[in-house]
Design a protein around this ligand. Structure first.
Ligand code: S3P
Length: 423
């Protein structure tokens, strides 16, 4: 249903964003494989992570909640049981791809399916290397059936920097004979490596290469999930581009494989301070404060891309507000996210008069002109919805969103938090 985007006069105040989506998924999945009960605080109760919980319940794992803490009653490496029906992964690429890897090493077949977006997302990037380890798959798109096999270790150079592919192969590697050696073209988020090491996996990291051995036991952990920097990014951009603003976001995950957005915004001239840096469950966290700033264009590409891949739509909003030219390149992965995010950003920005050109692997934005309000489309993509809501704040006139509800995927209370900053 179409909704009006309220315009706030400024954004001032403090907030905590919901838990990190990547770490929330992994805490349930890895917790299920551990011996004992894993305790998770700060878990993101967004639709994607709830899909992961429901899949693991169907795989026989008891998951309970008490006073906001999630308890995953792990059954060890060989404790999952055959689900009676299809495992439905909703809109979640992380759930789907990580399950492909994990289920490849089990003693039973299983079927995965998701929503219309998931059915279009390429799974060949996980099914192909998993086939070479010994598993079989009915196809390379959902719905697909996984037929596990006796897995053997592989040495594999990932064609794309992808934490989903890397983690799927690490999970299969936990069931393989020998040592799997996985090398990425650029380093992607390393939450899996940190969490599996803490749980007792025989896993080492050397630059862009991760090595894991099979047949080791994992043990339950306490996971404190930090605030999601990908959600904080909407406020970092909002606070920088909206006059008279100052926002403090507490307890944000600042893992160096994820914090590219802060570096780029600072390079564009954003006034961001990073305070109270500390470690929480092996992940760096900090409090971030952003103040209204004058931004200028920049170039975003290369090894930075995996470190801010999910923040590119909202960085494009920052670029539209910035003086001068911003060029985003090496970002062809955006085409296979929840929607084609290059096409979606370009089409929506054009609607409100922003000077933007689509390229093969990104976009070029000539910023600094006030956009006009528009009837925006989200393409059912949560990050498009939130990026456009930020863009609408600096537009002349009214804007609407065709589907604001999709923010429930990663940030159910996004609009409440946004409007509160303007009161
Ligand atoms: C994720 C990895 C990234 C990211 C996604 C979450 C993860 O995807 O875009 O939102 O949790 O591993 P890719 O692995 O496809 O780059």
């Amino acid at each position: 249903m179409s909704m009006k985007i309220e315009k706030i006069p400024y954004a001032r105040g403090e907030l905590s964003v919901p838990g990190d989506k990547s770490i929330s998924h992994r805490s349930v999945m890895f917790g299920a494989l551990g011996k004992g009960t894993s305790e998770i605080t700060g878990f993101l109760k967004g639709a994607d992570c709830l899909s992961t919980i429901s899949c693991f319940q169907k795989l026989g794992i008891e998951i309970t909640e008490e006073k906001g803490t999630i308890y995953v009653h792990g059954k060890g490496m060989h404790g999952l049981s055959q689900p009676s029906g299809v495992l439905y992964t909703g809109n979640s690429g992380t759930t789907t791809r990580l399950l492909c890897g994990l289920l490849a090493g089990q003693g039973f077949p299983a079927e995965l399916d998701g929503d219309a977006s998931i059915r279009k997302r390429p799974m060949g990037r996980v099914t192909n290397p998993l086939r070479s380890m010994g598993a079989e798959f009915s196809g390379d798109f959902c719905p697909l059936t996984i037929h596990p096999g006796k897995l053997h270790a592989i040495c594999y150079d990932l064609p794309v920097a992808s934490a989903q592919v890397k983690t799927a192969l690490l999970l299969a590697g936990l069931y393989a004979d020998g040592r799997c050696v996985l090398t990425e073209p650029e380093k992607s988020r390393d939450h899996s490596e940190r969490m599996l090491q803490a749980m007792g996996a025989d896993l080492t990291v050397d630059g862009k290469t991760v090595t894991v051995s099979g047949e080791k036991e994992l043990f339950a952990q306490k996971f404190e999930v930090p605030g999601d920097i990908s959600s904080a990014a909407f406020y970092l951009v909002l606070g920088a581009i909206l006059p008279n603003s100052e926002i403090t976001i507490r307890n944000v995950g600042m893992n160096p494989t994820r914090s590219g957005v802060v570096e780029v915004l600072k390079a564009m001239g954003a006034d961001i301070s990073v305070e109270q840096e500390r470690l929480s469950s092996g992940e760096p966290v900090a409090d971030l404060t952003v103040r209204s700033s004058v931004l200028h264009g920049t170039k975003i590409g290369g090894a930075l891309i995996p470190r801010l891949i999910d923040e590119l739509p909202v960085l494009a909003v920052a670029a539209a507000a910035a003086e001068g030219i911003t060029e985003i390149c090496d970002a062809q992965e955006l085409k296979v996210k929840e929607t084609n995010r290059i096409r979606a950003v370009v089409d929506e920005f054009v609607k409100c008069g922003i000077d933007i050109t689509e390229t093969e692997d990104g976009m070029i934005i000539r910023g600094g002109k006030t956009p006009s309000g528009a009837e925006f489309k989200t393409y059912g993509d949560h990050r498009m919805a939130m990026s456009l809501a930020v863009l609408a704040q600096i537009a002349d006139g009214e804007s609407t969103l065709d589907d604001g509800a999709c923010v429930e995927i990663s940030y159910p209370q996004f609009f409440e938090d946004l409007y509160r900053l303007g009161r």
